[in-house]
Design a protein around this ligand. Structure first.
Ligand code: ADP
Ligand code: ZN
Length: 430
């Protein structure tokens, strides 16, 4: 199903023509209204009229999250303060948040792209949407909320956590689709199991949009099996309106990026040069339609690769492979580069292992992987547990080249966060 068939299946040449037109316009606008970009253009000796083709994008400056912080709160505004309609912030890690402004048209576009994304997976106005993302300054909940309302769904702004209430709402209002983080999805599955709820039998759930954190295909499968629904990967970031940048279609093979609103580049994070087509690198996005705060070549730090092969759904917009992590997520343990996703993949593929885990780094580079067991009541079975423990340690060593300590814990013993999960606790004294 299509929300806007013409644009979603637009001929590539026409789509690229539209992108170029929009790029030139946005470059002119930032040069006229944003001193930060004016100065950057001067430094690089580039003028808006030098942009003749999409390849000229590479002449433009990058924008980083440090630039957003340095220009906090209003330095990157391209419209007058009176013409802003909504403020979101992105938490980031330290110091001041990043302030993200939306104009009326930006609010409208963000909802439109979410509506497009939902409908792409078969959502209709008959669906009931329980939104389990955090409402507030975070874009995750509000933007999808308005997207689902645009489709005409009944929207239940539940927010995350309080699983008892989630269950009651799902039962009483026959919720058909939900939007949540992978870590909360795994927790919710455990909660339902504990309460004897069999989702396929007792609930009307059919789809989950899962995003905001990286997760693996193994985790997707685990969520699908335990909640009895289809999981669609959903990607976005506050700097680009929030959710609705890229979503999976019914084929669940890569996320279509809405290229009439965003220009994609994949670069080598160390050199800033483009990678070869299809190779992994850092995703860089340029907003093509944002009015309040256009961003040129924004370095997302998210690692992914692009799929340019046509998709059998008929959409012409290119796809992104699963985000494997942020370039700054990488851990260096005993000189080896490790992404937490590698560990997750091993854990989630292992039978007997439950749904929550944590990686802890202590002392002088000691790594412990703490993971919950699938079921309680293993206390008596010491031998089996020891076997599982050593199996996991071996499989992890094969994957990450470092052999960690493995700690098996009863279900429900690791903390669950309301927002994004904190998977790595680094207390090393290096
Ligand atoms: P914050 O920057 O405070 O974490 P955002 O909501 O802007 O807040 O987070 C956006 C980031 O979340 C992305 O840059 C990416 O790292 C991560 N993210 C969002 N969706 C996904 C997804 N589907 N897969 C992997 N990572 C995701
Ligand atoms: Zn598709």
């Amino acid at each position: 199903m299509f929300w806007d068939k013409k644009i979603e299946t637009f001929d590539r040449a026409a789509l690229e023509q539209l992108q170029l037109q929009r790029l030139r316009k946005i470059v002119r606008r930032v040069a006229a209204h944003v001193p930060f970009y004016r100065e950057k253009f001067a430094e690089l000796g580039v003028r808006p009229k030098d942009i003749h083709t999409l390849d000229d994008l590479r002449r433009l400056p990058f924008t980083t999250s440090a630039d957003l912080r340095a220009n906090y709160p209003t330095g990157l505004l391209a419209v007058s303060y009176d013409d802003t309609l909504r403020l979101h912030t992105s938490s980031g890690t330290t110091g001041k948040p990043k302030a993200l402004f939306f104009s009326r048209q930006d609010v409208e576009n963000a909802a439109e792209l979410c509506a497009r994304s939902f409908v792409m997976t078969g959502v209709t106005k008959k669906d009931v949407f329980q939104n389990m993302m955090t409402y507030g300054m975070f874009t995750g909940a509000l933007v999808t909320h308005y997207g689902a309302e645009k489709v005409g769904c009944l929207v239940i702004p539940a927010g995350p956590g309080n699983s008892e209430r989630q269950l009651m709402l799902m039962q009483d209002f026959r919720t058909t689709f939900i939007h949540l983080t992978p870590s909360y999805a795994l927790y919710l599955a455990t909660f339902l199991e504990k309460h004897g709820v069999v989702p396929r039998r007792d609930l009307a759930l059919r789809k989950a949009f899962v995003g905001a954190e990286p997760y693996t295909d193994e985790t997707r499968r685990k969520i699908e099996e335990s909640l009895g629904l289809d999981v669609y990967n959903s990607y976005g970031l506050s700097e680009m309106n929030g959710p609705g940048v890229a979503f999976e279609c019914e084929h669940k093979h890569g996320m279509h990026v809405w290229e009439d609103h965003f220009l994609i580049e994949i670069i080598n994070p160390a050199t800033g040069e483009p990678v070869k087509n299809g190779e992994p690198g850092e995703l860089v996005l340029t907003t093509l339609t944002r009015e309040a705060m256009p961003l040129l070549r924004y370095r997302t730090r998210d690692i992914t690769s692009i799929i340019t092969k046509p998709c059998s759904c008929g959409r012409t917009h290119h796809r992104l492979n699963r985000i494997t992590g942020r370039s700054d997520d990488m851990l260096i343990v005993r000189g080896v580069n490790i992404y937490p996703q590698q560990i997750e993949r091993v854990l989630m593929a292992q039978s007997g292992v439950g749904r929550n885990y944590q990686i802890s780094l202590e002392g002088l580079d000691e790594m412990t992987v703490k993971v919950e067991l699938a079921e309680a009541g293993f206390e008596g079975q010491v031998e089996q547990l020891m076997k599982l423990q050593s199996q996991l340690a071996e499989k992890l060593r094969a994957e990450i080249l470092v052999k960690p300590q493995v700690q098996l814990l009863p279900p429900g013993s690791l903390p669950v966060s309301d927002g994004k999960a904190k998977r790595v606790i680094d207390n090393r004294k290096l």
